[in-house]
Design a protein around this ligand. Sequence first.
Ligand SMILES: Cc1ncc(COP(=O)(O)O)c(C=O)c1O
Length: 369
Amino acid sequence: MEINSYSTWLEVDLNAIKQNVARIKEMTGTEVMAVIKANGYGHGARPVAQAVVAGGATWCGVARIEEALQLRRAGIACKILVLGYTPPAKVPEAIEQNITVALIDPELTKSYLDYAHINGGTLHAHVKVETGMGRLGMQPADFPPFLRELADSNVLVDGIFTHFAGADEPHTGSTLRQLKTFNTLLAELDAEGLKPAVVHAANSAAIFNFPEAYFDLVRPGDIIFGMSPSPSIQLGPEFTQALSWKARIISVHDFPAGQGISYGSTYVTSKQEKIGVMPIGYGDGFRRIDNQQVLVGGRRVNVVGRVCMDQSMLQLDGVPGVKVGDEVVLIGRQDQESISVDEVADRWGTINYEVVCGLADRLPRIYKE
Ligand SMILES: Cc1ncc(COP(=O)(O)O)c(C=O)c1O
């Protein structure tokens, strides 16, 4: 069945994303900030933003101000927090577009104050606290004086947050240590009447492992897309993977024994073999490694020979009647077989996050409601 005119494409199940967000809201009983940076974890920022809002998310979290501005241009009206670094020169746009920025450093905040003062208006901000991730954020000791300085300025601190380094590994104790540092600071700020209104910390792994880290708002990314943040966390059937990656076979040849396949002839046919071509290569975010599998005719088939930039070859002897135009599934379900993003990540020696973030822009995204 022809569903589109593409030779390869991604299918994104927006209803799955919506249901996943609704499930997170129900699980945590808090507001949800859907983290949809890096083009919505490769799924496509705008449609994903619409789906998470439909699922009940009140915030979107992104890494860069450009991502936030892109969402505003696309008509996304919910609250948006830039979780990473915002260049001071972008402060006027953040004010104008009502985008909340993260305060990650006292010196940088002074530049934000200058820009906000010159341009007028109020810059909304959440302060980021470094409690043990060893990445961005201010030290707890900086806080009371820092927040006092900002009182009555054009920078309105309406939130405070931290990020966990190992919430998927509860046995190490690292998250509990981070939480202790964070809670101590919150108590101190509360006692001085300086505690910002919105407190948040929990990423996907913490949502599963640390209910005590829910605070006012949770900040999931991976589980929104129905992916597990770690092999140690099994998502129940109430979470659905939103992504499928498909293609059509564009060529099939019966090669005699001794035919080298692809660059370097690293695979040579040992008998007469049916070899198909799928129009996918490392230019699409596929990996140039050996031992990969895809689904054709509801069966697993091997990718043979070197993966090229735009094509890869498939050993099709096990698929009776296979022909040009047949569907290939790299991620997703075909009949009784399926390949998860995690399976691909395992083959590639990485995590599901990197697989989806690496999907090339040139892959058309087809959205299913
Ligand atoms: C600051 C921050 N919060 C939340 C998240 C969401 O993490 P996850 O996708 O593991 O839920 C990320 C993602 O890297 C992040 O950097």
